[in-house]
Design a protein around this ligand. Structure first.
Ligand code: THU
Length: 132
């Protein structure tokens, strides 16, 4: 089952509205289509102990795994505001996505005006770390 980019972006945008971002005031939403065509969403959840905050992608991946999804077919990440461009996944989230991504996995980075850029995991994390 394929999900249109617009529908996935809309799910990530909805999730973004629930971001708990009282320290950075930066909202991020993520939405994943898994290998069964199921949808999973997440938002960033910050914490007074700053390093404990979690990214939107981490929340969405956790939801996918908990629901039995095995692979990420497509992931949309919505963030950015004003003159800040689309929210591309941070370094840690690139590695998190890599764990469940294939060569064909589509990664969409969207700004809050709805413009998006499309990447593969090889674009974002070349020569990535894998265990044998
Ligand atoms: N953030 C994400 O949720 N995903 C990313 O890929 C980049 C950053 C969050 C973490 C923090 O809550 C806020 O954005 C500012 O860094």
């Amino acid at each position: 089952m394929s999900v249109a980019n617009e529908d996935l972006i809309s799910a990530a945008t909805d999730a973004r509205r629930n971001a708990y971002n009282r320290y950075s005031n930066y909202s991020v939403g993520a939405a994943i289509v898994d290998d069964r065509g199921h949808l999973h969403v997440g938002c960033n959840v910050e914490n007074a102990a700053y390093p404990l905050g979690s990214c939107a992608e981490a929340s969405a991946i956790g939801a996918m795994v908990q629901q039995g999804g095995k692979r990420i077919v497509k992931i949309a990440v919505v963030g950015g505001a004003g003159d800040i461009g689309p929210c591309t996944p941070c370094g840690g989230c690139r590695q998190r996505i890599n764990e469940f991504a294939d060569k064909e996995t589509v990664i969409l980075a969207i700004d809050d005006s709805g413009d998006w850029q499309e990447y593969s995991i090889d674009d974002l994390l070349p020569a990535s770390f894998h265990l044998p």
